[in-house]
Design a protein around this ligand. Sequence first.
Ligand code: HEC
Length: 306
Amino acid sequence: MKQYILPVMVWLISLQAVAFDVKSGGQTSVKKDGANAYSLPAANLPLSKRLDFSVGNSFFRNPWVPAPSSTEARDGLGPLFNTNGCQNCHIKDGRGHPPEAKDLHAVSMLVRLSIPAMTPEQKQTFIREGTVPEPTYGGQLQDFALPDKTPEGQVSISYTDVPVTFKDGTTVTLRKPTLKIVDLGYGEMHPDTQLSARIAPPMIGLGLLESIPEETLLTWADENDSDNDGISGRVNKVWDIEKNSVAIGRFGWKAGQPTLMQQNAAAFNGDIGLTSHLFPSENCTQTQTLCDEVPNGGSLKSARTS
Ligand code: HEC
């Protein structure tokens, strides 16, 4: 196993929002604007942790390469992937953007794939994972593959202008996206496949979110708005692989991941094609044999014995 997840964690936990007069991140807030404003360590990060921050930051910024390679600390890309580095999507640690209609690749937007839970087995998967992955392509479309290998397909997007009129008469035009997956590399998709497009969110302040205790979130949820302040919510319950139990979901647009560790390991696996102790299998489905055909840059087992 590569030792990349921990430094990325320390780095992510330390990333802080820019604060001006208001210190939105308390003692962690830094004062900075410009293109690197989202990329700084927390102001109160002790010197002893700065090295971890830099190492994590480099794993996030620098590209991963196919195995085998002389840069052993950074190989294992693919064979299916979305892009070769975290930062290609989380641009400068900020958000991504949807592709334009003319763009060949989606890059900083990814598309999740799922099917309705019909069989008892699928219903079990749904209870455990919250969705049932598309049987041939899995839970996420990877639109890139290593040279000579076939990507899963391409995202084709088109936009329709929709005029929206506010109460005061002002009219604005919004763009309604229509998604299609084209150039399918591994046969037909399940006819009931549901597509869910997601833009890469910004990375600032996530460590602060992770540090809020579960009880506090549960108290704040106030599902039935019993305090009558007009604000109510519901926590998402997801599977925590490490704890082998259900936990509150915190990360991703739909709060689908319980911890930064699991979120990051899922990103390494789903987006870049790297395995870890949390996701020991490659991101191929059973019908996609290419993951068995290419060198994998080291496995958990070889990392333990070396
Ligand atoms: C292909 C684009 C892409 C790449 C590459 C990518 N991400 Fe993401 N990331 C996303 C998207 C999209 C989401 C939201 C996912 C969702 O809602 O399901 C996300 C969510 C996250 C979150 C949670 C953010 C939040 O506000 O809850 C973290 C943390 C994260 N990614 C870290 C990483 C790390 C670490 C890497 C590199 C190993 C990485 N990402 C690579 C697109 C990407």
